[in-house]
Design a protein around this ligand. Structure first.
Ligand code: CS2
Length: 493
């Protein structure tokens, strides 16, 4: 406990050395070999931390990163980071310990809405070797149901019409690659770190679809020169709260405008396929593999799928935190059973024990100290459902496996929009880009889920015409309405 908390900055960081781990390297000497688009909690708890660890190792390359925001709402992160020389506090919390450290691997931040030219030139700069992305699962301009590129999206239309003034991440990255091509420079790697299956392949697909419309010569060059490694990334990172800021000030004596709180666990599996080199991540236990698909599928179906399984049932029941859900024996058994139901369509990975993986997940979900918010895992379900749950249902249906628990999860999602309040009558805090449309579909025919299931851009072509699936969802919805969440959940066990 410090009586005089210190505002984090390049000059004050030395004074914090006896309280927390601080960067043990010369930040001024770093080169921006990575430009990262979409600096949020997850990036700052994952990729930037791996880099910080690497920089602290003997003989490390001076590989630093420049953060970049492309959305107007990124001004908050810009202000927080630039106010403290891009340093920030990372708090790792388990039931046993809380550790804080200052991360120093990011040394600049560009806010593209005010500095388009600077943003493009930064990526076109010879120092840049990787442009990485965490732009959320819904940020790829794809129709979720069919996988089609959304050329008609207003942001894409803007970037096609105002060619010299791109604003979306796609337009900016394409412009930077074009300059490199014109200047005879090597390409950078584009590395997605979002939770979508084949995240590199998806990124490649949308960049090629976009540049096909922009300039076929550029498209061909990108197709030939740019690497798009697929990856599986994992670290549960709740949204930062005012209580976290107060905690960092009181416990560690640091005034930090936007610290990050995360769990001790982290994992990263990446395809070793880069256009212009990469940091020596293997020194830190990052798994560099030829095919990342089995890891991605395992993680999305078990971890992210379980999050969806607890999110809407949990919110409707009135739980605020993930660990509260896991502390309730009925819900905990439901999540264990949910994972069992999904297991037949999870690939076997040599050297990875699935029972052990699932046990660890239950422990991570139950971590009582990170306070992972149910509202966070509920958010943007329209982008998450088609990636983390619906493919599991489809595969299980194809293979003749049971899907009753998964159908209940779909029903709970629809019911969440239908009801709009939890069981205590408190309004649900719904965060979804498509909330208005989903709410009206969920309410269109009373407890009939069909209008919602008919949204092809979420549910695709097959599931809405699968009569057994549709009636399972309808039955579950009616049961939720008649008996309430807890009794419905117990009935499915
Ligand atoms: C979560 C993920 O957004 C969500 O709903 O499932 O953010 C999850 O915490 C991470 O993927 C963990 O690596």
């Amino acid at each position: 406990m410090s009586s005089h908390p210190i505002k984090l900055s390049n000059t004050s960081v030395a004074e914090l050395r006896d309280k927390v781990v601080t960067p043990a390297y010369d930040r001024g000497a770093l080169e921006h070999h990575t430009v990262h688009i979409g600096v949020g909690g997850f990036h700052r708890a994952h990729q930037a931390v791996y880099l910080d660890d690497l920089l602290a190792m003997p003989d490390a390359e001076r590989w630093g990163e420049c953060g970049m925001g492309v959305l107007s709402s990124d001004d908050r992160m810009r202000d927080a980071l630039l106010g403290q020389d891009c340093l920030y506090t990372l708090v790792e919390r388990s039931g046993e310990a809380q550790r804080a450290r200052i991360i120093g691997s990011m040394t600049a931040f560009i806010y593209a809405p005010d500095a388009r030219e600077t943003a493009i030139e930064k990526m076109a700069d010879a120092a840049t070797r990787i442009v990485s992305l965490t732009i959320t699962e819904g940020g790829y301009f794809l129709d979720e149901g069919s996988g089609r590129f959304l050329a008609e999206h207003p942001a894409i239309q803007h970037d096609l019409e105002q060619r010299s003034e791109p604003a979306s991440w796609l337009g900016l990255v394409a412009a930077a690659l074009d300059r490199r091509r014109q200047r005879g420079m090597p390409a950078f790697t584009v590395m997605s770190c979002d939770n979508l299956q084949g995240n590199g392949d998806v990124t490649r697909k949308v960049l090629l679809a976009f540049t096909e419309m922009l300039d076929p010569g550029l498209q061909a060059w990108i197709g030939e020169h740019v690497a798009f490694p697929n990856s599986m990334v994992d670290r549960i990172t709740p949204a930062t709260t005012a209580a976290d800021l107060a905690f960092v000030a009181e416990r560690f004596g640091i005034v930090d405008a936007w610290p990050v709180v995360t769990e001790p666990f982290r994992q990263w599996v990446v395809e070793d396929h880069f256009s212009s080199g990469r940091p020596a991540w293997e020194r830190l236990g990052v798994e560099l593999v030829g095919d990342v698909a089995p890891y991605e599928i395992m993680k999305m179906r078990l971890l992210n799928g379980s999050h969806l399984a607890m999110a809407y049932l949990g919110a409707l029941h009135g739980f605020a935190y993930v660990h509260d859900i896991m502390g309730d024996p009925v819900f905990r058994s439901f999540i264990e059973r949910f994972m069992e139901q999904v297991t037949p369509i999870v690939p076997k990975i040599p050297g990875t024990s699935l029972p052990e993986y699932k046990r660890t997940l239950i422990e991570r979900f139950a971590n009582p100290t990170i306070n992972d918010q149910v509202t966070r895992i509920c958010s943007e379900g329209s982008a998450k459902m088609p990636k983390w749950l619906l493919p599991s249902i489809q595969d299980l249906r194809n293979e003749g496996g049971a899907t009753d628990l998964l159908s209940l999860v779909v029903a709970a999602w629809i019911f969440y929009f239908y009801r709009g309040v939890d069981e205590a009558g408190r309004p649900l805090e719904i965060v979804d880009a498509r909330a208005a449309e989903l709410t009206s579909a969920a309410r269109a025919e009373g407890l009939d889920p069909r209008p919602m299931l008919a949204i092809r851009s979420i549910f695709g072509e097959n599931l809405p015409t699968d009569a057994a699936f549709v009636s399972a969802v309808e039955m579950a919805m009616r049961k939720l309405a008649a008996d309430g969440v807890r009794s419905t959940v117990s009935c499915y066990l």
